[in-house]
Design a protein. Sequence first.
Lengths: 170, 404
Amino acid sequence: MGKDVQGRRDFMGMALGGFTALGGLGALYAMKRSWDPLPSVKAAGFTTIDLSAAQENVLNIEKWRGKPIFVLKKTKDMKPDDRDIVIGSDRFHVSIGLCTHLGCIPAYLPDKRKFLCACHGGEFDTSGHQIFGPPPSPLEIPPFKIEGTKLVLGEAGPEFQKMLDAGLTV
Amino acid sequence: MAKFEKANSVNEWLDQRLAVETLKRVLSTEYWIPKDINFLWAMGMVLAATFGVLLISGIFLLMYYKPDANLAFDSVNYVIMSEVGYGWLWRHIHGVGASVVFLIIYIHMFTGIYYGSYKKGRELIWLSGMLLFVAFSAEAFSGYMLPWGQMSYWAGMVITNLFSGGSLEAYGLVEWIRGDYVPGDAFLTRFFMLHVLLIPLVIIGLIVLHFGSLRIPHVNNQEGAEIDFEEAAELYKAGKKKESKVIPFNPVFLSKDVFVMGVYFILFFYLVFYHFNFAMDPVNFDPADGLMTPAHIYPEWYFLWSYEILRPFPKDPGLIAFGIAQAALFFLPFIDRSPNVAPAHKRGLFFVWFWVLIVDMIVLTVLGKLPPEGIFNTLGTVAAVIFLLLGPALIVITKFEKKL
Ligand code: HEM
Ligand code: FES
């Protein structure tokens, strides 16, 4: 076989290989995008919760983006914390109710004034700080904006921004 | 075209076109199996048969199952269980099969470890076997999502959260895997796809590879003896069946396999008809609820040992320990430094190592089911640390093992 024939085969091989690789990359990108959350899921917007009816030391669970949201009105003798949401003279603990270990919903024990996660025994205090077990970080605070006695979840107001900047939540 | 003679039988006709006679010889009638093996060597074919049963029962479940977060629960618990004629039978076969297949896989794996069947020449058998274990685990997990009960939802939540990588906080990856912030419809339908198509295809491919990787090294035997298969085969074919150390896979060995399978399936169907409850978690008979975690979340029994390695540690070390535990067994052929292919009871300390491994895994399995409190926490930590130390221990033990 002549040398130039060999050269032509090499060229065709490389051209074919190049286009195949290009197509393969494109296909991978399309596959990655097909697994992304749909726009409708991402837009699943904002939840407004009213805090005026809350009772002290009683945990309310709301729903935002499919996740449970803890709302706990603190009693006066509970330790205040920078993570509290303050409305008038009331302090609230508001957090995403998923254990920061692996995402179970901790239960609130009103007598012991703490959250207990049944999955692997993690515990949090009434400000959401981890006090026992595997959870590595405090319960997360969802983006919120205060509007009177109402809270809009999903929107980052100045109070939330301050907590975020201070590294009190992620 | 090649020249074809007139065929005198269907077999001959096929042979001319597909070389079926050669295939039959290479893959069955002259695929030689050592005589010196026991019933544990039938576990491979028992696994293959169980996979077949899972496939058939799955096909029937597929006809009424609805992969939709609103419809899935009822399509299983109402339609299949009480409307479809014998629907309950397919479901119980599928559930019991999924549980029992892991018991047999573990027996099959530990047989391989005991007799040193993963060593020189047989590494690929071991590696393809471990890939099968991973694929079966993924298949079992994805299948567990489908009834969309409380355990489906929360197991899905906890397991997908593992991909956040602890302090790496890769929540984007977790949401990408789920297609949502929490497990939802997109999550259910993609795991449905994985369970009924992609993973079964992978499993079938891996079984072919596993069988293929057995053909040249042949299966091991009870003494780990190196057999001259060609010589032994000549003896057998010359009619000296008594003197030969081997028998053909088909029909001689296969008939023994089928006998063991017979005993196995009697037990299997006893479980299907009278004791299916162990494979049906009662918590999963409540529909999925994202606002209520069940009191205890635990996986099916076959994942408990690795779950218990995750549990006693803080988050990051727990994840690392878990990762090591998942991957460790893959490396067995390479961390066992001894050239001896022999049963464990002839390998000194290795014998002790083997039983410590088994007992430790059983202890981890039992603890995984108990609530994570007090003394169980301590025991769990000890058992998990022992498991992690068994790897380095094996390197040392086998390094100093006497050559047989
Ligand atoms: C469902 C999946 C599997 C199927 C269908 C399967 C099937 C088989 C069959 C038919 C054999 C030959 C007969 C025997 O020795 O039992 C075999 C041998 C073997 N398998 Fe598997 N297997 C599976 C999973 C595994 C796993 C998870 C491992 C471990 C990592 C494994 C490791 C081995 C080894 C080491 C041998 C060689 C045994 C010897 O040479 O004595 N297999 N397998
Ligand atoms: S998920 Fe809460 S402690 Fe593990």
